[in-house]
Write a new protein. Sequence first.
Length: 280
Amino acid sequence: MAGKLYLCATPIGNLEDITLRVLETLKQVDLIAAEDTRNSIKLLNRYEIKTPMTSYHEHNKYDKGRYLIREMQAGKDVALISDAGTPGISDPGEQLVRMCYQEGIEVTALPGAAACITALTLSGLPTGRFSFEAFLPREKKERAAVLEEMKDDTRTLVVYEAPHHLLETLQDLKEALGERRITVCRELTKVHETVFRSTFSKAIAYYEVNEVRGECVIVIEGKDRDELTRQKQESWESVTIEEHMEYYTSAGMDRMEAMKQVAKDRGVSKRDIYQKLLEE
């Protein structure tokens, strides 16, 4: 029988934030695939885990992934761990999971720490709906495209950032999204953990004169729904009712459906739209 892939969440800082189930699994599997073996050995030594370990990271995820697949096909159980937190979240683990499913290999997840969830719960911002953006792209065109998509999102936004890029990212976010309430979480679960509840402007001013250390999570207030509605209504006021109707009918809507959508866009009744069309 083929082996199984175990996605094992590990601490994001404090080494005591690991489940008993993960510890037992790391001891029992045949092989541990770690994003950085030099980092993970500290955890394994702390809990006296002697299981063989191999590296699995962004730069070898395809070749090493095929090797791990062969090992599991031969009957070995493999545990996947990331540098910190839950594997498969903003790391190459997602590729190995896909490869396993393609080959019919069973995958299971052992839950635990995740920086995005920890920061969200600490933020003081709405947690019912949120969007996880991980690290923003470094390439300018792709970064601008992602920021444009984020601009009108009414959900709370969660972004990861390295300390040496934090100020630049805060500036880019403010320019794209406008002034928002934010929470910057740094060194989560560690001795020097900080939770800085602020706004873009105040945070930028602070980090312009204060050095940043440790990995950061930025939690950002979503777009105000009422403001978004007003902006959409104002954008349609620059075109005539008939042009607005044409926008939807050319996309395949019949006139009644288009009339209903135009009324919704403009915040008026369908009767008002019908009357305006008669006048035009």
